[in-house]
Design a binder for this molecule. Structure first.
Ligand SMILES: Cc1cc2nc3c(=O)[nH]c(=O)nc-3n(C[C@H](O)[C@H](O)[C@H](O)COP(=O)(O)O)c2cc1C
Length: 328
């Protein structure tokens, strides 16, 4: 497969097959506001715990905030209890999400210790059971996001692909690292290719180490996957979906100028200001600003002053007044 417009996912037609991943602590409403300017096929909220959803925890619902024009959008749930999986999926559907995804990839001890997240890779049959519960509860497409396996000695991605397909999932996203790897080393795309071979009708979404348009193309070529999910590559470069599209349309992909970065910084800051209180906005922007500035040269001083600014108004001024100079 390659880049494609009008991508069918279950009963949905998505604008294209470049998706932006759920990113805990990152893919909040302002991040998604910025992302959607560049038209990825699907964006995700950060993962939420099933337990917290069903007890109507207010902070959890805030993570799921989105605005009327923010579609198509997916919600991701994390948990290992089939008895609340259907209800959790229904809550996501009732909130207006277009897709509901099951997280089987989170490597954090706190999550895996009760068998959730990548802990689910140790019980592939349970993944099937939970998908069945979700499917029975909602009409929107149900998807699942996994890692290749717990460790190199227990690669289960092809097996889980088969189980997910049998349980009725519309797609499976495979992050080509094991839980043991965390985020170290590179993602092994052969595991994604193996899942694509195993899949009959279920869509296979490749994930891991897509940081620019070229790597997205290589991911499609190497794995034959139906769609690509960009994760860290969308942090500080919300335009990556547009660059991938341009590559496939034989248009120049020149990267962004420092002026584009400056204007995105200001726009993202505005989006955060209008969503968070002042204190939180300031803290959030320190993190966000770093991602945008990572590839820029000569911005150490700006990064430092942003981190020491006392108000977002001051941050705004710092970005405006900075002597931006090409090249990156
Ligand atoms: C800060 C951060 C937060 C993440 N949060 C989630 C999450 O909420 N749900 C999820 O399925 N994966 C999450 N992931 C994993 C990514 O979606 C993705 O699978 C992983 O980063 C590999 O892709 P990459 O190499 O392209 O970044 C997170 C990753 C990072 C770095």
């Amino acid at each position: 497969m390659s880049y494609q417009e009008n991508f069918q996912l279950g009963n949905l037609v998505l604008p294209n097959n470049i998706f932006y991943a759920p990113l805990a602590g990152c893919s909040d409403l302002p991040f998604r506001r910025m992302s959607l300017l560049y038209k990825p096929g699907l964006v995700f909220c950060e993962m939420v715990k099933m337990d917290a959803l069903v007890r109507h925890d207010a902070n959890t619902y805030r993570i799921l905030d989105f605005e009327g024009d923010m579609h198509p959008i997916g919600g991701q749930i994390c948990g290992s209890k089939p008895e609340i999986a259907g209800l959790s999926a229904r809550i996501i559907e009732d909130l207006g999400f277009d897709v509901v995804d099951l997280n089987c990839g989170c490597p954090v001890d706190k999550v895996t210790k009760d068998g959730s997240g990548s802990g689910m890779l140790k019980t592939p049959e349970l993944i099937g059971e939970i998908i069945l519960e979700m499917r029975a509860a909602v009409k929107i497409p149900v998807t699942v996001k996994i890692r290749a396996g717990w460790d190199d000695d227990s690669i289960v991605a092809p097996l889980v692909t088969r189980i997910a397909e049998e349980a009725g999932a519309a797609a499976i996203c495979i992050h080509g690292r094991t839980r043991e790897q965390g985020y170290l080393g590179s993602a092994n795309w052969d595991y994604i290719a193996a899942c694509k071979k195993e899949a009959k009708n279920i869509k296979v979404i490749g994930n891991g180490d897509v940081f620019d348009a070229d790597s997205a193309k290589r991911m499609f070529l190497h794995t034959g996957c139906d769609a690509v999910m960009v994760s860290r590559g969308s942090m500080g470069q919300p335009w990556i979906a547009e660059e991938i599209r341009r590559l496939y349309q034989d248009l120049p992909v020149n990267g962004k100028s420092v002026w584009d970065v400056r204007s995105a910084l200001l726009q993202h800051l505005e989006a955060i200001q209008s969503y968070q209180n002042e204190r939180r906005a300031l803290l959030d922007f320190r993190r966000v600003g770093c991602f945008y500035l990572k590839k820029c040269h000569g911005v150490k001083e700006l990064r430092c002053s942003i981190n020491h600014a006392a108000t977002t108004k001051e941050v705004f001024q710092l970005i405006q007044d900075f002597q931006w100079s090409d090249p990156f």
